[in-house]
Write a protein that binds this ligand. Structure first.
Ligand SMILES: [Zn+2]
Length: 279
């Protein structure tokens, strides 16, 4: 599933292609949205941005297109008149004079009036957006220590969009590694220093991924590994997807485990539980 950084990059591409221009035609595969094909035609797109893993396209007149890619959805941006090579089914097409933004396979699509955004079942419960430059590590730390969240395991909490929005599975493994925190711990088990390290890692790693096309590993190290001819799948992350390979920091073999039916990768040496660190 695409995570916050991937959705943000897609939103930025669509924003660039559509914002500030009127729509020449609109297509919806969903019967209940068909009347909007005509109503949206000629309206200007004001902005396109990501909200957690959802995307919101704002049109003139207080109307918004909400879309959530879930597991299979994918946006494409194409020059006008060109369709991507795909066997997926088209769900939404937004076309202006020069470009088309095309959403394939997603089923969670809705038209919302401005007033409905605050009560939407997904948007209303989103936690602070980790890719919003206005969010600080102190905001993240406060969220992790909130009574609603502090007794939950980090493995579950870091995927819960109502705690922090925009994180996903590879970011979970990478953030815990960078903060050097064993995955079965809870915010209430951490001391102040660990909470700060974790909160800083949440922002640093997700923002690095946004800026560097999904790379979360240390950027100097990535440059060295690339120069040595390592493939992307081996240098992209600190631990995610690297089971059995040596930790980039300490050379211990990375372990793969399951948490919440999603794969999780840890370095058993760098992310030791505190009782082991004392010995
Ligand atoms: Zn290690």
């Amino acid at each position: 599933m695409p995570e916050g950084p991937e959705i943000h990059r897609a939103a930025a591409r669509i924003h660039k292609a559509l914002a500030g221009k009127p729509l020449e035609s609109v297509e919806f595969a969903f019967e209940h949205l068909k009347p909007w094909e005509r109503r949206l035609r000629g309206r200007e797109v004001l902005s396109v941005d990501a909200h957690g893993k959802a995307m919101l396209t704002r049109f003139e007149g207080g109307v918004n297109l909400y879309s959530h890619n879930q597991l299979y959805g994918k946006w494409y941006v194409q020059r006008a008149g060109k369709l991507p090579q795909t066997t997926r089914s088209l769900r939404v097409g937004l076309h202006n004079a020069t470009h088309s933004a095309l959403l394939y396979s997603a089923s969670d699509v809705a038209i919302l009036q401005d007033a409905e955004l605050a009560t939407h079942r997904f948007l209303a419960k989103l936690g602070p957006e980790v890719l919003d430059p206005g969010v600080t590590w102190q905001d993240v730390a406060a969220r992790l220590q909130d009574p609603r969240f502090r007794r939950r395991r980090l493995t579950a909490l870091l995927l819960d969009q109502s705690c922090l929005s925009g994180l996903g599975n590879y970011l979970r493994s990478e953030i815990l590694f960078v903060a050097r925190i064993a995955p079965d711990r809870r915010p209430c088990d951490l001391d102040d220093r660990e909470v700060e390290d974790l909160a800083r890692a949440v922002l640093t790693i997700s923002r690095r991924s946004l800026r560097h096309a999904g790379v979360t590993n240390d950027l100097d190290h990535v440059r060295e590994l690339k120069a040595e001819g390592w493939p992307r799948w081996r240098y992209r992350h600190f631990v995610f997807g690297r089971d059995g390979q040596p930790c980039h920091q300490c050379a211990a073999p990375i372990l793969r485990m399951e948490a919440g039916s999603r794969r999780l990768y840890v370095c058993p040496n760098c992310q030791r539980a505190p009782e082991l660190l004392d010995g």
